[in-house]
Write a protein that binds this ligand. Structure first.
Ligand SMILES: Cc1ncc(COP(=O)(O)O)c(C=O)c1O
Length: 241
């Protein structure tokens, strides 16, 4: 069998995997804690954490044990049936937020598609469907979420854009307020812009958007895909200190 090397794996990628992601030239063989290792035995410090996914480090013993236990008990059975694990996660999330119910899905883009649909359904009786988002935002790679995203590079070549989105500068409450029209149904922002360059929202900005939405009977949609679930210290970035 051919000996595995970083170069041989990169060559196999170029033959068999569509190059829609711009990848760094690093081939990861193994990861432990904060360290990554390539096929040549080089060691790297992982400052990316799987785009903020592996917050506990790689191969955390408690996570491995929990996953192994779960696999020995129940793995996948679909949403056609009830199972205790799903409602337990929902209860844990609601307990931390204080109100509401959960919708489970497979990706950040799908979560944003769901809140965009929710906003459109909410606006349907009044004929409103416009959603204001922010410049430099990132909300996903589906057709609706690239229209929501305030970065030209993710939209280039995929026009015409899905209608009903406009962008204003981030952290600028006055610009947001001026952009609201009679057809606006929601405002969508990240608590911390992630892909757009790690810019946190000011607390007053978020409070101002909340008031603006209340005043105009609009929904305030938070994209916590990258900044939620304890990554800012609190459970969600919208929960102030
Ligand atoms: C703020 C934000 N929203 C949505 C997404 C899309 O998530 P996914 O890649 O899981 O579809 C991302 C991904 O980086 C993100 O950072």
């Amino acid at each position: 069998m051919q000996k595995l090397s970083s170069d041989s794996i990169k060559a196999r990628f170029s033959r068999s995997v569509i190059s829609n992601y711009g990848r760094f030239p690093l081939v990861v063989r193994e990861a432990r804690g904060v360290e990554l290792f390539d096929f040549e035995g080089r060691r790297y410090l992982d400052m990316g954490g799987g785009i903020a996914v592996n917050c506990l480090g790689h191969g955390h013993p408690e996570l491995r044990e929990a996953l192994a236990n779960q696999m020995g008990h129940l793995d996948h059975i679909s949403n056609l049936y009830y199972f205790e694990e799903q409602v337990r996660v929902a209860e844990e999330i609601i307990q931390r937020i204080g109100i509401g119910k959960c919708f489970f899905c497979n990706s950040g883009a799908e979560a944003n598609e769901a809140i965009i649909k929710l906003a459109r359904k909410f606006g349907d009786p009044s004929g409103r469907y416009d959603i204001i988002t922010t410049e430099n935002s990132f909300h996903g790679r589906t057709l609706a979420t690239i229209a929501a995203t305030g970065q030209d590079k993710v939209r280039k070549g995929f026009g015409p854009l899905f209608p009903g989105f406009s962008q204003v500068p981030y952290n600028d409450l006055q610009a947001m307020s001026q952009a609201v029209t009679g057809s606006t149904i929601a405002i969508l922002v990240e608590g911390v812009q992630g892909e757009g360059g790690l810019t946190p929202a000011d607390a007053d900005y978020l409070r101002g958007i909340r008031k603006l939405c209340d005043a105009h009977d609009m929904l305030f949609l938070m994209d916590g895909v990258q900044c939620g679930h304890f990554r800012t210290g609190r459970f969600q970035s919208i929960q102030g200190s």
